[in-house]
Design a protein around this ligand. Structure first.
Ligand code: SAH
Ligand code: SF4
Length: 393
């Protein structure tokens, strides 16, 4: 565990021409940003491309955190880097391991805020669920994060830093002098399904995912990254064109009246508008289907009629439906649908020709399952009574 009291370096997102006082964190800069920073620190123009590549590989392929370890750089150049820059990722405040192997990290970022990151090991892969905001501006009535005010967007360093922190904990950087491991990766997939709405922090999420995908670094395929949105319609197309990752949509209801209550952003962009954006999604194809996430809430959205309507609504979209049994949290105004109900619902969708896996809740004993994340330090936005009233219960 890292020392939780150590100071945290502020990330600089837009670099001025001259370097500001105090060190700049190199983590989270795009390749162009890194090049600009190295130039501003005095790297000769002629060397800029080579130096950028070298430093990038140390940071993201080898996971090095100390300029002194960048052994293919001259001593003088290492000293220059150390004078101007730092290499900082968020600090792990605590780690809990579930009986099913799921790891939940509480991560501290600048300003003393906290977010949660969850690692879910599976037989042939491992998925890291990362957060994009502290809290959330949206108020989905079944989501624990939705009861917490938005505090701020995470920076690219804080987003990619969650991936680097998990690789540290999993011991997944190559040994010094060795090439990156080629066997099945422990951290093979990323889902942007932690705290926050990633499409309300688009640029930072994009820059961080570009770093994750860069072939000279962490090198995850774009098909191994899934971004989940509650339905921020105007930003959906950019996810395909500017990031290129897979898309998941928190659908959760088949009629506007119900979706208005569950996913209030529906009042801004309703089901029809959301479906139009998904039909136009540039990357959707049979090999890159859009995932429709559907939380199973007892007597709210789980009837046979709902399942039939859902199939009808998605019929022109390359889609699969991921059914998520509701994960309870203290004060939640809903109950999980019964296993029989969930199976019957899944079956209707399957019969209509769509994959309809039921997501097994992971890490429930440590409150790490979908929708259970919330940082204990931030002030709650709503009381239990308010949550219930707004959900119309
Ligand atoms: N803000 C984004 C991503 C984070 S939530 C979004 O809403 O899509 C990741 C998924 O978990 C979403 O589909 C969300 O609707 C779902 N979820 C939220 N609370 C849940 C809960 N209590 N039980 C089950 N799933 C939940
Ligand atoms: Fe925010 Fe997603 Fe939770 Fe809705 S489900 S409150 S968008 S984190």
């Amino acid at each position: 565990m890292t020392d939780a009291t150590a100071p945290i370096t502020q990330d600089v997102l837009t670099l001025p021409r001259k370097l500001p006082d105090g060190p700049i964190n190199l983590i989270g800069l795009t390749r162009d940003g890194l090049r600009d920073a190295l130039l501003a620190a005095g790297t000769p123009e002629k060397q800029a491309k080579m130096r950028t590549g070298q430093v990038w590989q140390w940071l993201y392929q080898k996971g090095v955190r100390d300029f002194g370890d960048m052994t293919n750089l001259s001593k003088d150049y290492r000293a220059l880097l150390a004078d101007h820059f730092t290499i900082e990722i968020p600090q792990v405040v605590s780690k809990q391991v579930s009986s099913d192997g799921t790891r939940k990290y509480l991560v501290r970022i600048a300003g003393g805020h906290e977010v949660e990151t969850v690692y879910i090991p599976e037989e042939d892969r491992g998925t890291l669920c990362i957060s994009s905001q502290v809290g959330c501006t949206l108020t989905c009535s079944f989501c624990h994060t939705g009861t917490q005010k938005l505090v701020r967007n995470l920076t690219p360093a804080e987003i990619i830093g969650q991936v680097m922190m998990a690789r540290d904990d999993l011991g997944e950087w190559p040994e010094p002098g060795r090439n990156p491991k080629n066997e099945t990766r422990l951290l093979s997939n990323i889902v942007l399904m932690g705290m926050g709405e990633p499409l309300y922090n688009f640029e930072n999420v994009r820059d961080a995912m570009k770093i994750a995908m860069d072939p000279e670094g962490i090198s995850l395929s774009r098909r191994r990254i899934t971004l989940s949105t509650s339905g921020v319609v105007p930003e959906i197309a950019r996810t395909a064109t500017e990031i290129g990752c897979l898309l998941a949509v928190s659908f959760h209801a088949t009629e506007d009246a119900t979706r208005d209550k569950l996913v209030p952003i529906n009042k801004r962009w309703n089901i029809a508008e959301l479906l139009d954006a998904l039909k136009a999604y540039p990357k959707a194809s049979n090999s890159e289907r859009i995932t429709f996430e559907y939380v199973m809430l007892k007597d709210v959205n789980d009837s046979d009629a709902d399942a039939h309507r859902l199939v009808e609504l998605i019929k022109d979209i390359p889609a699969k439906v991921n059914l998520i049994p509701f994960n309870p949290w203290p004060g939640a105004p809903y109950e999980r649908s019964s296993n029989n109900r969930i199976r019957a619902f899944a079956n209707i969708i399957y019969q209509a020709g769509y994959a309809s896996p039921i997501r097994t809740p992971r890490g429930e004993d440590i409150m790490a399952a979908c929708g259970q994340l919330k940082s204990a330090t931030e002030r709650a936005r709503k009381s239990r009574a308010q949550i219930a009233a707004e959900a119309g219960i």
